[in-house]
Every structure is written in structure tokens, then in C-alpha cells.
Design a protein around this ligand. Structure first.
Ligand code: 13P
Length: 251
């Protein structure tokens, strides 16, 4: 079901102590009374349980940043969907551009990861986005269409209803070059039209589509005010309690 979500992707940042300091500030700072969105925190894996303990006393949910494409077994260093489910996680990011770029994750691996997560009732937060060169060439819509077709449109309608989408233009991630609100709206509307075309209007209208890429406390309101922007996937600004709380209050 479509809802507003603000998700924090902490990426590979913070020691355990720093992470605990941040999450305790967040746990105290969020108040159900003013929140018009669901909040999800995606810390590094070693901190998932600690953050989940704080979540029990607060209003946010917890997500992982990655999952193995394999089931359990001899895959040294990997973390399975079953493990994430056994600590009751609700969400997991998949297809992030940093994983595509630095770990050569392919559309088919991303698709396998989504299948593993759905087997255990975890909502994938599926990221797609074009690089600068692709936008300059004007092929951003083709890129997004291909990423979605190859990893998501293999799902049936029921399976797809568990997906949260995140449009993260790669040129906007960590660069301070936020997409203009109209650029975000244009791409989100396009993504929704692809979903309507492949499934139906109801499915498209029920899909949550987040924006990610230099979203911060200053620009969040303008971005979230767009019809097809249902919230944000926040990197850098999710590492500061005050900023992340301000973003969650931007609806
Ligand atoms: P920044 O907010 O730091 O640009 O990162 C966005 C992102 O990659 C979230 O997944």
C-alpha cells in the first residue's frame, strides 16, 4: 500500500558507539503525533540488532542495506534473507548504485535478492537511477526502464505489491547536486506509468516511490510536495539526528 516513507541509509559509517548515540537521539526525537510518514533506519549489519532494540521503544522500522542472493549455506561473509527475517527486519535496500558500481551487482543478481527477500516477507527498497553521462545524453528514461524491467517486472502483481521503489539519480548521490523537484516528479511519474503499463493503474497508484540523492532538511519539503514523490531515501543527512528528524517532518 502506498505510504509516505523517509528511510535513512547510513551506508558504511559510524562505530558502534557513534551509531548508538545517533539512534538514541532519533528514538527520543521522533514523536508519533507530528509524523506523517513511516521512518525506516538502515544501519550497517553489525548494528541491526542494537538499532532494532531502540526501534521497539520508538516509532521507526529497521532495514538492512544488503542481502545475499543465495539461501543459507557455505557463502562466507554473506547474510541471508532468513537471517534478516529472524531478527524481524521489515525492509532491505537492493540495487543501490554503489553496489552496482563497486560490487558489479547485475540486474539478475538484484532480481535474485528480491526473490530471497520476498520469500521471507521483507520489503525490498529497490533503487534505480541513471549516471550523469546518461542524463546528458537524454537516455535516462531508457536506463530506468531497463533496470526496472530486468529486476522487477519478472514479479507477479502480488509479489510486486511488496516493493518500495527509490529513484536515485547517481549524479545526485553524495554530490550536493539534488535533482530539481520537477526532475524528480517527471521521473517518478514515468516510473508510475511503467508500473501501470506492466501491471495496472491500481498497482501503480499503490506503489511508494522515494527520491534519493542529496536530499536534506532544506530541500525535502519541496521534493516531497510533488504528487508522485512519496518520501526519500537519505544518505548523508541521515547521519545527523537533527537533520534526519527535520526531513521526516517535511510532509
Ligand atoms: P546522499 O543523501 O548522501 O546523497 O545519498 C543518497 C543515497 O544514496 C541513499 O541511498
Amino acid at each position: 500500500m502506498r505510504k509516505n516513507i523517509v528511510a535513512g541509509n547510513w551506508k558504511m559509517n559510524k562505530t558502534f558507539e557513534e551509531a548508538e548515540e545517533l539512534v538514541s537521539k532519533l528514538a527520543n526525537g521522533f514523536d508519533k503525533k507530528y509524523l506523517k510518514c513511516e521512518v525506516v533506519i538502515c544501519p550497517p549489519s553489525p548494528y541491526l540488532e542494537m538499532v532494532s532494540d531502540y526501534a521497539e521503544e520508538s516509532v521507526f522500522d529497521v532495514g538492512a542495506q544488503n542481502v545475499s542472493e543465495y539461501e543459507n549455506g557455505a557463502y562466507t561473509g554473506e547474510i541471508s534473507a532468513e537471517m534478516l527475517s529472524s531478527i524481524e527486519l521489515e525492509y532491505c535496500i537492493v540495487g543501490h548504485s554503489e553496489r552496482r558500481k563497486y560490487f558489479n551487482e547485475s540486474n539478475s543478481q538484484i532480481s535474485a535478492k528480491i526473490d530471497r527477500l520476498l520469500d521471507f516477507g521483507i520489503h525490498p527498497i529497490f533503487c534505480c537511477g541513471e549516471v550523469l553521462n546518461e542524463r546528458e545524453k537524454g537516455i535516462q528514461f531508457d536506463v530506468i526502464k531497463s533496470q526496472i524491467a530486468k529486476s522487477l517486472f519478472l514479479l507477479n502483481k502480488d509479489e510486486f505489491s511488496n516493493i518500495v521503489m527509490a529513484y536515485e539519480p547517481v549524479w545526485a548521490i553524495g554530490t550536493g547536486k539534488t535533482a530539481k523537484p520537477e526532475q524528480a516528479q517527471e521521473m517518478h511519474a514515468f516510473i508510475r506509468s511503467l508500473i501501470a503499463e506492466h501491471y495496472d493503474n491500481e498497482t501503480a497508484n499503490n506503489t511508494t516511490i522515494l527520491y534519493g540523492g542529496s536530499c536534506n532538511a532544506k530541500n525535502a519539503h519541496e521534493l516531497f510536495a510533488n504528487n508522485d514523490v512519496d518520501g526519500g531515501l537519505i544518505g548523508g543527512a541521515s547521519l545527523k539526528a537533527q537533520d534526519f528528524i527535520a526531513i521526516a517532518k517535511s510532509f
